[in-house]
Ligand binder design. Sequence first.
Ligand code: MGD
Ligand code: SF4
Length: 728
Amino acid sequence: MSLSRRDFLKLATVAAGGTAISVPIFKSVMAMGKKPETVASNIPTFCEICFWNCGEIARVENGKVVKLEGNPTDPSSRGKLCARGNAGMGSLYDPDRLKHPMLNVGKRGEPKWKKVSWDEALGFIAEKMTKIKATYGPEAVALISHGTGGSFWKYLLKAYGSQNSTAPSFAQCRGPRDIGYTLTFGAGPGSPEQIDLANSKFIVLIGAHLGENAHNSQVQDFVEGIARGAKLVVVDPRFSTAAGKATWWLPIKPGTDIALLLAWINIIVQEKLYDKEYINKYAIGLKELKEEVKTYTPEWASKETEIPADIIVETVREMSRYKPSVVVHPGRHTAWYGDDTQRSRAMAILTALMGSWGREGGYYFPTKVAGIPEYPNLPSPPEPQRLKLSGDWPYAVEATTTSLRKTTITGKPYPVKGWIAYDCHILKTLPNQKETIEAIKNLDLMVVVDVLPYAHIDWADVILPECTYLERYDDLKVGKGKVLSVTIRQPVVQPMYESKPSWWMVRELGIKLGLEAYFPYKDIEEYLKARLDAKSIRFEELKEKGTITFPDTANPFITSGNEPEFDTDSGKIELYSKALKEQGFDPVPKYKRPEMPPEGYFRLLYGRSPLHTFSRTVNNQWLWELYKENELWINAKRAKALGFKNGEYVVLINQDGARSNRIKLKATERIREDCVYMVHGFGHNSKETKKAYKKGADDQSLITRYAIDPLMGGTGMRVNFVKIIKEA
Ligand code: MGD
Ligand code: SF4
């Protein structure tokens, strides 16, 4: 398939930027004039190019997917897909895909691959898992997963006896903010975030680069909110795309956000700008908060953040004029500096003072009704014998990737001998790649379940090729936004090569492990049907519509009949947290100045492109055509002073001597002088992924240092410094 940039953009504009398209659902045979007969169908499913999981409709002609469009009835897409979603076929038809199960008959890291049957591959894994269980116990096998199919693997591990299921989406992503908000409101901000951007009158983005970080329905809401006249503050060392729409761009010194937040909070409590009725009724700790923040004046914050004091005052006074219709966006990837739970708590406290939690134009409550029941009568998994690997962090509610890695290296508190990496590029995901490799070397079993031969597969003993999301069923997507919705993923074409879906792999492996009692259904259709039956939803109807919503479940805002509940110790919003104090942490966030880059170095920042998701799309030919390699943003004045030209290739060396691939320099006024920036996910070193090979630089190869969040074990990754040298 070849597609010009113009063709692609034509396609993308229709669905991504244009109006919602209503697509009639039909299955028909169309005879088109004199042309040969075209067998065509429109089949709904949902996207997996990112975890927003937009409902979409695949146009299939003569057994080939020719177009993807948003499903108008799905709340995540509302009839539109982003550019990446439009390009989903690039993943399906990627010529570099993993095609067969393979065993490594060489060494880890220097593999020799042997093509094997599914029976042989799964038999090999079952034998190893049985041995590990007998020698070290079931907790010695762990999962690192991301993506919808991960739920099947998590279920298998539970049935096997291990609760060590980890995901980078906690310690490397949204974990800090979920804990920070839960400590304040008794609940996290949700995923999708429960923010009413479309009706907001004042929006604050703190390092959230919406638009570049393209989450479909949220971007649609953001655009609507701005079009309706919402004021926007963007706090970012870089003039992001969103900053282009901002009323105020605050180019903050990286790492000092807590100083700005505390100064804002101080002004609000001193000048009594908060929502008095709301705070009196729903919150505790205002007096203590006032005492704790009184030294954080705008003048003090100005010195830390390099934002003028009068702008700090002006922005917060304006913000309070629009309360409660204020959205302080909680962010998504929040693992920055190691103090991230406390930064998120400061953002939650600001939200509370504006009275925005549970208010129109602020945060909405997700539907409270029960979702879709689990498959009936599944046996209970065995009782866990040993603690899950959450490290020494009291708020690590999940086993974390980094404690798993550390435990695998040290063998403490118990040995870990098997990893299953599902839909997760473990080398690009976790900071400090050397530690990841050291851990893998200690394993008796390393399984990778993937669709592409990126470099991490070299460390596997077995590779299981999954079919892409357009070729498979997965579990149901149950959306708990303003209303309850359920969306189905179903194959729109048959799996190519010998690839298989996760539900099948897990069931077959489970049977080989003697766990057949946990799989009482014959196939996924029977499983899905039973779940839907329990909610009186017809399987065939869902297959045809793609999404079913339950509008009567909406009750998103506080009204006299809809009082909020706060699942905190006090049952109220906690501006001051006794629980944190008892654990030895600051009950109100405090500011600690971060380490600054030494002379000649820049702080390394990274982020997203609207045309790629992490590393997974870099080999997608359509997206590759639009954005082939990442660039290094550097302030134009600094570039000139250092003798670098816009567009030239350079190499980065970090404080520990780690060296990057070559990367193209983008000299611009749109970034501060003390930092550089690149899009995450590039710099692939596997020749097998031909398009992605050596395109751009890998930020993770330069992230040798990380700062652990003492509350929940998140890995702050913006603590590395780089110098720039000419390409040799
Ligand atoms: P990717 O790097 O895209 O994301 O980390 P990951 O989830 O690991 O790797 C995805 C892998 O899944 C690829 O190998 C791809 O080929 C494979 N894959 C794609 N589709 C499928 C499929 O359908 N089935 C299977 N089995 N495999 C598939 C993301 C993680 O990274 C997250 S959530 C965040 S927020 C962090 N972001 C981040 C960052 O911004 N900068 C740095 N330096 N590190 C980060 N780490 C975290
Ligand atoms: Fe797919 Fe884009 Fe939706 Fe993500 S936001 S699920 S890539 S259409």
